[in-house]
Design a protein around this ligand. Structure first.
Ligand SMILES: Nc1ncnc2c1ncn2[C@@H]1O[C@H](COP(=O)(O)OP(=O)(O)OP(=O)(O)O)[C@@H](O)[C@H]1O
Length: 337
């Protein structure tokens, strides 16, 4: 097992180990209502509302500069909104509520001169875990993260990825009910990104609630019960991954060797584009309402068209994001100025 999924703090019953039930039993852990924040006259977050439900994994997605970190900081009371309200565990984000949260900030920094295990124990103790228990959990988690041999090493001797894992352990060691991770995958190599995805899944399976921000859609596509898309400070979408993908026109790509004109065959099936790639003619169909890929295949077979490729194209979350906010707003902030 990669990570300890033990009981919830204070012995409270875990909500559910079942993904389906997780969806049904709804209790709002965090709610932002009409929240806005401006820095030096420049709006960073504009009238954003969304909620995070207990036991779910929620992805907070958007390009660099979209307003994710600012929203997370407001969620935790680190920043005060100019307008709107934040409710954490049913009230303002006060210290007692924050003890139930594990937060991995975007700006990472741990005490370089301390030993790894001492850093983890330090963070656990800040959240009220007894010293012996903090050490026991810290050593167990280091083992599970493949870092057992560096427990007594100084932080400054670790690679960047190892240091990030130590910081993730420090975020989780007090077994918080609600885990907020700001860009947790950045700085990790693909193997460790996969390992972190497993950690997030196991936390949710243990009944914990996870909210993480990312500009890499693939993590959210694989992990999330719900996603919130934000661009240029505004919420663009809030729903399940399937609902987001449902916003993208379904597409089929056809390839033929001849210069057969498919316009008549594909008439009424959707929006059709034609491209020449080498000696192949490629026809791309954005399927119209009520048309599915099989209708296109049947029309080609009936018209005796010799296909060299027939490919229903699977949409990805990035396509949905671009479709919802436009290519310019989907780009990182620096690319749009
Ligand atoms: N303390 C601050 N002072 C001034 N401007 C800020 C401050 N914090 C954020 N901003 C600005 O607010 C906007 C949103 O930034 P934010 O960090 O919330 O975005 P983000 O989606 O988290 O992106 P990134 O992943 O790059 O941090 C940006 O234009 C940023 O420069």
């Amino acid at each position: 097992m990669l990570f300890n999924t033990g009981g919830s703090p204070g012995g409270a019953p875990l909500v559910s180990q079942d993904t389906t039930l997780r969806g049904i039993m709804s209790e709002t852990i965090l709610a932002l209502d009409g929240v806005s924040k401006t820095f030096n006259g420049k709006p960073a977050v504009r009238d954003v509302s969304f909620s995070v439900e207990r036991g779910q994994i929620t992805g907070f997605l958007g390009p660099n500069g979209a307003g994710k970190t600012t929203s997370l900081r407001m969620s935790l009371g680190i920043l005060t909104p100019d307008r709107g309200t934040v409710s954490l565990f049913g009230g303002p984000p006060r210290p007692a509520a924050l003890d139930r949260v594990g937060f991995l900030p975007e700006e990472r920094g741990i005490y370089r001169k301390m030993k790894v295990i001492d850093v983890i124990v330090f963070f656990a103790r800040l959240k009220g875990v007894a010293p012996a228990e903090a050490r026991r959990r810290g050593l167990q988690m280091l083992e599970e993260f493949g870092l057992a041999e560096v427990a007594e090493s100084k932080v400054k001797t670790l690679s960047k990825g190892m240091a990030q894992k130590v910081q993730i352990i420090s975020t989780l060691v007090h077994e918080p009910e609600f885990i907020i991770l700001d860009e947790p995958f950045s700085g990790l190599d693909p193997v460790n990104q996969n390992a972190l995805e497993q950690v997030v899944r196991r936390q949710a399976e243990a009944g914990r609630t996870v909210l993480f921000s990312t500009h890499v859609m693939e993590h959210a596509e694989r992990l999330c019960d719900k996603i919130v898309l934000i661009a240029k400070g505004r919420k663009a979408f809030d729903g399940t991954v399937a609902e987001a993908l449902g916003q993208v026109p379904r597409r089929v790509t056809l390839e033929i060797v001849s210069d057969h004109d498919l316009s008549r065959v594909l008439a009424g099936k959707g929006e059709v584009h034609r491209e020449t790639r080498g000696e192949h003619e490629v026809w791309i169909v954005d399927l119209g309402p009520g048309v599915d890929a099989q209708d296109i295949l049947k029309a080609c077979v009936d018209a005796d068209v010799k296909l060299t490729r027939f490919e229903p194209v699977r949409a990805h979350l990035h396509d949905a994001f671009v479709h919802l906010v436009g290519r310019e707003a989907a780009a990182p902030e620096a690319e749009t100025v």
